[in-house]
Design a protein around this ligand. Structure first.
Ligand SMILES: [Zn+2]
Length: 196
């Protein structure tokens, strides 16, 4: 998660793309500590991974969770330093979040943030897999560095940067998750949360 200093985030009601597919409603509790996320002033993040059929662009959610900021910080500490450094270096090399914010800061349609891969610029309509992440406060989602979208191929590249230890930790974390699409169990087995 990038540093948010000096950014004036705008907030919108959480769009349905970031709802839980298990309940068809906004996420209510933190995956780790069960904290009530919809209370105003509660900061948290949501990550979801989708598979998309072509050419009809039917989307199914492979993996989803919401995590409060306190748990997110604790989780980051459990990941290996080596992995975090490599991920941070990858983003520093491939992404200019400041420039992106300048481009979108007056854009009110959140879709502009998630229409293209943050790293490659590829259009989401062309993708077969992608992951999205956003930051929220209660019932609202921030528009600043987040939300963003990563293509499946970029998510795979990021996985390759992670140490074996970190991959084991992500597998442990995944045991808490339930896929909203049981027919995608095999894909769910391969997919990992990114925590970035
Ligand atoms: Zn929590």
């Amino acid at each position: 998660m990038p540093d948010d200093e000096n950014i004036n985030a705008r907030f919108i009601k959480i769009p349905s793309m970031f709802y839980s597919d298990l309940t068809n409603e906004p996420f209510k509790t933190c995956i780790h500590c069960n904290k009530d996320l919809l209370r105003p002033g509660t900061l948290y993040m949501i990550e979801k991974a989708f598979v998309q059929t072509q050419p009809h662009r039917t989307r199914s959610t492979i993996l989803e969770y919401a995590m409060c900021y306190d748990c997110w910080q604790k989780t980051q500490k459990t990941l290996s330093k080596e992995s975090l450094q490599r991920i941070n270096a990858y983003f520093a090399e491939h992404v200019d979040l400041g420039k992106r914010y300048e481009t979108f800061q007056h854009e009110t349609d959140f879709n502009a943030w998630v229409q293209h891969c943050l790293v490659t610029g590829e259009d989401v309509d062309e993708m077969q897999e992608f992951q999205v992440a956003c930051q929220c406060d209660g019932e609202y989602m921030a528009l600043h560095h987040f939300p963003y979208l990563l293509s499946g191929s970029v998510a795979d590249e990021l996985m390759e940067l992670l140490s074996a230890q970190t991959l084991d930790e992500l597998d442990d974390f995944k045991r808490r998750l339930t896929t909203p699409s049981p027919d995608l169990e095999e894909l769910f087995g391969k997919k990992k949360p990114l925590f970035v």
